[in-house]
Design a protein around this ligand. Structure first.
Ligand SMILES: O=C([O-])CC(=O)C(=O)O
Ligand code: NI
Length: 235
């Protein structure tokens, strides 16, 4: 695993989001809302390279592809539905079929994939739990995807609809960090990873100092303001 992925695993999705917002002014700190982590929570933070998979309606002219058998190690599989199938509000998609299941997870894990995030439904939850394979999704489902939607492309940019109907993209090889809070995208085109990781390490250190001050009776707002000024030199 690359040095950057190893380093990012030491932090929470919240820490990464702070860095992306404060250092790069990235919208929403790179966070994609409304995903639940259903399994693999014991593994802690997962940081992998986005391996994007696009699902389209069965009527799409592109043929169905096999995306699962040739995934590079340290990937984070990101499954998205075409724009026309997405909703801004719950349940976030018009598709009730599950896009990922236990057999896919078993293969992904065998290939050294670190986790899967599905902007839609997943099934076979007990299997993901037994594998301790990290799976994130909007919701659960029972029925397979066949006959309704199909995977049509890998490693193309995915467009994900947010609750305000705006669109955020995920590109192939972006770094995706996931934990119990959901997933955060580090856009490879915008971010210097050494600079980001250095900032996050200082920011976590400073937050520990703020926590110590608060435990000793100092007011929270004032402590945050005073102690966090130290971070300016890393920006
Ligand atoms: O059959 C499917 O569509 C997916 C599935 O359940 C599995 O991967 O186990
Ligand atoms: Ni299954």
């Amino acid at each position: 695993m690359s040095r950057h992925l190893e380093a990012l695993r030491k932090y929470s999705a919240c820490d990464i989001s702070d860095g992306l917002l404060n250092l790069y002014n990235i919208a929403h700190g790179g966070y994609f809302p409304n995903l639940t982590q259903w399994s693999g929570i014991k593994r802690g933070t997962i940081a992998g390279k986005a391996y994007t998979v696009l699902f389209a309606p069965i009527s799409d002219p592109r043929p169905e592809i096999n995306y699962i058998d040739d995934i590079p190690p340290n990937s984070f599989i990101i499954i998205g539905l075409e724009r026309s199938l997405q909703l801004a509000a719950a349940p976030y998609s018009t598709i009730t079929r599950a896009l990922f299941g236990g057999l896919m997870a078993t293969r992904a894990q065998y290939l050294g994939t670190l986790g899967t995030a599905v902007f839609g439904r997943i099934r076979d939850l007990p299997e993901h739990k037994k594998l301790e394979y990290p799976v994130f999704s909007y919701n659960l489902g029972a029925c397979a995807s066949k006959g309704i939607v199909k995977p049509v492309a890998v490693n193309e940019t995915l467009s994900i609809m947010l609750p305000d109907s705006s669109i955020e993209n995920i590109d192939h090889d972006d770094i995706i960090v996931g934990d119990i809070h959901g997933i955060v995208r580090i856009p490879k085109k915008k971010v210097d990873l050494d600079k980001l990781i250095n900032y996050i390490s200082k920011s976590v250190e400073v937050d520990e100092q703020v926590a110590d001050a608060i435990k000793n009776g100092a007011p929270a707002k004032l402590s945050q303001k005073q102690i966090r000024t130290k971070l300016k030199e890393y920006m």
